[in-house]
Write a protein that binds this ligand. Structure first.
Ligand SMILES: *[C@@H]1O[C@H](CO)[C@@H](O)[C@H](O)[C@H]1NC(C)=O
Ligand SMILES: *[C@@H]1O[C@H](CO)[C@@H](O)[C@H](O)[C@H]1NC(C)=O
Length: 163
């Protein structure tokens, strides 16, 4: 009996440590409120990750500053570097980006429509140097009043991918 238990215990532990996965909605699109078309699903280990939705509205991608929106849903293997909650940034000259994200870990939990932060034009007393430049254009900054709950000055650099 004793030897039976000694053998059984590691087997039970191995079973309970087995990966748990969830199935998430997967799509990306520019529709205001939902992904068009719903492209399918993906499956991810829930140990560190799960399902995500990212919705944004910005005027960065177009030369004439018109608004574009996008929604993406899918799987993320590790939530820890993932930006949580709503983020807005005002970059001067009508350039802005407003993003909301959500993350969850049950099957199809990322199917809901995700709201994007609304514009808040109330000045909050802070100001930051602002500029936005694509490619090699110089980023000539000018001080711009901060609005709403934008309480930090930030700098960022990266790749802008359209479509
Ligand atoms: C961001 O998304 C959450 C849902 O995850 C929602 O409750 C919240 O109202 C949204 N925030 C804004 C500012 O739209
Ligand atoms: C807009 O921003 C101001 C200044 O931070 C704040 O007092 C106000 O509550 C915000 N309005 C909304 C609708 O969030």
């Amino acid at each position: 009996m004793v030897s039976f238990l000694l053998c059984l215990l590691p087997a039970l532990l191995a079973t309970s440590a087995q990966a748990q996965t969830v199935t998430c909605k997967k799509c990306s699109g520019s529709a205001d409120s939902s992904c068009q078309p719903p492209a399918g699903t993906c499956t991810v280990d829930t140990a560190k990750g799960g399902c995500v939705t990212v919705a944004d509205e910005n005027t960065l991608a177009t030369a004439d500053g018109t608004k574009s929106t996008s929604v993406s849903k899918g799987c993320v293997g590790d939530f820890s570097p993932f930006i949580k909650g709503p983020v807005t940034a005002t970059l001067g000259n009508g350039k802005y980006i407003r993003v909301n994200t959500s993350q969850c870990s049950t099957d199809d939990c990322n199917s809901a429509v995700l709201a994007v932060p609304k514009e808040n034009t109330t000045k909050n007393g802070l100001q930051c140097p602002t500029c936005f430049a694509l490619n090699t254009n110089p980023c000539d900054s000018q001080d711009t009043p901060c609005t709403g709950n934008e309480n930090y000055c930030i700098s960022f650099a990266g790749y802008l991918v359209t479509g």
